[in-house]
Ligand binder design. Structure first.
Ligand code: GLC
Ligand code: GLC
Length: 817
């Protein structure tokens, strides 16, 4: 069944009952202050780094689910409720949650009182705004008590959840009128604090959790709210919270709005204090930045204006690529929600979601390069800056830190390097950026290795080192060594771990120096030509020729050692044994090497590419997408690592790892099989499963990393929504390859590969300073092939639209056949 519906005109997903099969969330913020908000107003916010600078406490894996967030309690006489349903799970007369582009709106009603809450982060500011409107829909006057509630995180989210012997003594706050300041650790090395304020006088407040809730009460029975009276408590240690008590008198039909702001404020070191600490006096913080911020959003009109600016920002972003087609599910995903998710993955990497706790992973080298793919057309300047950050964490030999920290931008020593696909992703990311923008100047940027300026080289040299890394690290079959893992983090062929808890990714008990990856080999053939092309464009023709020779050699090695008869092998293990072969008992066929080999064009001429895709269909396809491998591993294999640690059907052990399904989609378009390409696209595309939400469980408007495979207990159930490479890759597969609107070095290519039943579509694409209004006519019922193209009414030779760069709109008509 469905728990809501899309409102395509408003670009919102409307959730119509609060008890969704899992919390369905949205993201707020697009600069450097971010929030996660669920459909019951759960979640948290942070400044730049979800681990180090978190403002609201949030407990993962809590009972009941999704406890903690920005809560508002209402009391009307003896009736007490929470208008966003949680935490009291109040029975509401109406409930609706609209997740939109960077904002979430709630509206509900009970006891004749309507409630609306609009939550967002304004552009350019470090705060969440929650505009709340109460409307008396009854015929009599109402005297409402409203209580706000947030629980402060003591900044470092990891310590906050573990170091209680310290935490319970350090909490400090200040309260001035309607402003609650959270200043834990400000007395020592921090020069930032949080402010939680409302633009109206308060009847009382609380900052001590126990006073507000009662020691043995949950968020669903706060004693202050139930008694109708705040305790005016000042937290000293234990758990600081922020709660305002507001009394609102509403005559029949009357509405009142309130603006709550939760902000992050910083002071220069020498201006930290209004009054420094003295014995017995905690010190009064300098509130200048807080006052300036609150002043800006002190009226409902000011909040509305900030929301309108945010709406304009998104309207403009999403105008860069729009789709209009009969298939509304595809159109809304490709035109709106997929791009929205791409922005979120670009900003968050894999840090903070309802599955990523914000304290684990930094920015992945591989992940961030892929996230670029779906984002570069939206804000190319930010993609450019990101590329330079990523490249600065590369080592001089071309290898790279697998992750880096967003605050320091430094490589993460704990995880280190050794993921041998990483370097190649940099080439891919840079090539995508240049195809989008035509900005070759990025290649001349001086970029440090390992963040050390003294060994900086141009970005071009970084790419060269990336390319050479693969060439310099080959195994006995002339295929690339896998190192700790390739794209598949769980194919750990040198790990050999028998100790529980040991990290599969960083442990290497068996440095064989022979385990090889066919996926990296195919990837080398896929991205290598871009390196060669870039060489030619910067007039390094000898280098280009050297690169092309290396690619040819790799193709030969693949042909000789990586074709299994009906599909491509996956790898050779540390004993030189095949992985992903008909000779194997389990894991006979894998998706990754087949997808990449065909995307790279290997076997297109001699039928092996088509054969490999047919094998993928025959062995790996399911109603919910394509599983990563078959047969699932039944037992743990020490020589294969984490992939065999998962129960059959989950994650890398035969789950539908959605991230790699688009590789098959793209490979099918290479073969010109539009029907099959589209089928693989729709199977994992969430709106197509909207009415199957009880099984799928995740948000119908975003991709999940994984859907349980056919061997799993709950086949078809999704997990890990939002932060996944699936976002960028599905965007590439639908926009570049199915709809076929694809940036290339010298122009915008239109090369659709669509189902024969699709009669056509319209798309607009902003590209290098001009707008292309494209109409594709497929009355011929073709799957691929462009018969003719006109631009502004004139026929064009071929299907490469020129770079106009004239700030104008151009009409393009493409006839397939
Ligand atoms: C996760 C990682 C990604 C990896 C994939 C497959 O999504 O973020 O880097 O490629 O798993 O293991
Ligand atoms: C685990 C997961 C994989 C993820 C990796 C990140 O191995 O299975 O999906 O990429 O952790 O470190």
């Amino acid at each position: 069944m469905q728990y809501g519906h899309f409102d395509d005109d408003a670009r919102e997903y409307v959730i119509t009952r609060p008890d969704t099969p899992y919390p369905w969330i949205n993201y707020l913020g697009c600069d450097d202050f971010y929030g996660i908000i669920s459909n019951t107003s759960g979640g948290y916010c942070f400044y730049r780094d979800a681990k180090m600078l978190r403002l609201i406490r949030y407990r993962y894996n809590n009972v009941p689910a999704d406890a903690g967030g920005r809560y508002f309690y209402l009391k009307d006489g003896d009736t007490v409720w929470t208008p966003t349903w949680k935490p009291m799970k109040s029975k509401l007369d109406r409930y609706e949650c609209r997740h939109g582009m960077g904002y979430t709106k709630f509206s509900s009603a009970k006891n004749g009182l309507a409630y609306s809450q609009t939550s967002f982060i304004p552009l350019g500011d470090k705060c969440e705004i929650h505009k709340i409107t109460l409307t008396n829909e009854s015929k009599a006057e109402k005297n409402i008590d409203m209580f706000s509630f947030i629980e402060f995180c003591l900044w470092n989210a990891q310590d906050d959840m573990s170091n209680f012997q310290r935490n319970f003594s350090i909490g400090e706050v200040e309260v001035h009128g309607s402003c609650i300041y959270h200043k834990t650790e400000y007395r020592e090395r921090r020069n930032h604090y949080a402010v939680w304020a409302v633009n109206t006088p308060v009847a009382g407040f609380d900052t001590d959790r126990q006073t507000f809730l009662g020691l043995y009460n949950g968020f669903d029975e706060p004693q202050a709210v139930l008694s109708g009276k705040a305790g005016n408590s000042i937290a000293a240690g234990w758990s600081p919270i922020g709660s305002h008590h507001i009394k609102a008198k509403l005559s029949a039909g009357e509405s009142k709005s309130f603006v709550f702001v939760l902000g992050f404020c910083e002071n220069p070191e020498d201006q930290k204090w209004e009054k420094p600490a003295a014995p017995g006096n905690a010190g009064i913080i300098n509130k200048k930045p807080a006052k300036a911020m609150l002043e800006k959003y002190s009226t409902p009109e000011a909040a509305d204006k900030a929301l309108a600016a945010l709406n304009d920002y998104w309207k403009n972003l999403l105008s860069k690529f729009t789709v209009d087609a009969e298939d509304k599910k595809m159109a809304r995903m490709a035109g709106v929600w997929n791009q929205y998710q791409c922005m979120v993955t670009f900003l968050m990497s894999r840090s903070a979601s309802y599955f990523e706790s914000g304290i684990g992973r930094g920015m992945g080298f591989r992940d961030s390069n892929q996230d670029l793919l779906g984002f570069v057309h939206l804000v190319p300047e930010r993609a450019r800056a990101r590329i330079l950050d990523i490249a600065a964490t590369q080592f001089p030999d071309g290898s790279a830190y697998h992750q880096y920290q967003p605050l320091t931008k430094r490589g993460n020593n704990e995880i280190g390097s050794g993921f041998n696909d990483d370097p190649l992703w940099l080439i891919f990311g840079v090539a995508s950026y240049i195809k989008e923008t035509g900005d070759y100047s990025i290649l001349d940027e001086k970029v440090p290795f390992d963040n050390d300026d003294s060994i900086a080289e141009t970005l071009f040299v970084h790419l060269q080192r990336s390319f050479n890394y693969t060439i310099n690290n080959k195994g006995p079959h002339g295929l690339p060594l896998i190192g700790r893992a390739d794209w598949n983090d769980c194919l750990n062929l040198n790990c050999f771990s028998s100790t529980p808890g040991e990290s599969f990714q960083t442990t290497a008990n068996f440095e064989s120096g022979i385990a090889e990856s066919v996926m990296i080999a195919a990837m080398f053939v896929f991205v290598g030509p871009d390196y060669a092309e870039l060489c030619r464009r910067v007039k390094q023709n000898d280098e280009a020729a050297r690169a092309e020779k290396a690619i040819t050699e790799m193709v030969e090695a693949i042909n000789k050692h990586a074709w299994d008869g009906e599909w491509f092998l996956r790898a050779y293990d540390a004993h030189g044994k095949k992985i992903g072969s008909k000779e194997c008992e389990d894991g006979k066929i894998y998706i990754e090497s087949n997808g990449f080999a065909v995307m790279a064009g290997i076997g297109l001429e001699d039928g092996r590419a088509a054969k490999a895709m047919d094998s993928v269909k025959e062995h790996l396809d399911t109603p919910y997408g394509i599983v990563i491998l078959q047969p699932a591993y039944k037992d743990y294999h020490i020589e294969l690592g984490e992939v065999t640690s998962y129960p059959p059907g989950y994650k890398e052990n035969a789950g539908i790892f959605c991230h790699n399904n688009p590789w098959i989609t793209i490979a099918e378009t290479k073969l010109g099989r539009g029907n099959r390409a589209f089928e693989t696209y729709t199977k994992i595309c969430p709106p197509y499963r909207e009415d199957d939400s009880d099984l799928r469980r995740m948000e119908p408007y975003v991709y999940a990393q994984m859907v349980a495979g056919k061997d799993a207990v709950r086949a078809g159930e999704a997990k890990n929504s939002w932060l996944t490479g699936t976002a960028a890759w599905t965007f590439v597969s639908i926009s570049h390859y199915i709809l076929g609107v694809r940036p290339s070095y010298d122009g915008l290519l239109v090369d659709p590969c669509i189902p024969s039943s699709m009669k056509g579509f319209k798309a607009t694409r902003h590209f290098r300073g001009a707008d292309y209004h494209i109409t594709v006519d497929n009355s011929a019922g073709a799957e691929k092939g462009v018969k003719s193209v006109t631009v502004d009414g004139k026929p064009l030779d071929g299907n490469l639209l020129p770079v106009f760069g004239d700030g104008k709109a151009h009409d393009v008509v493409v006839t397939m056949g």
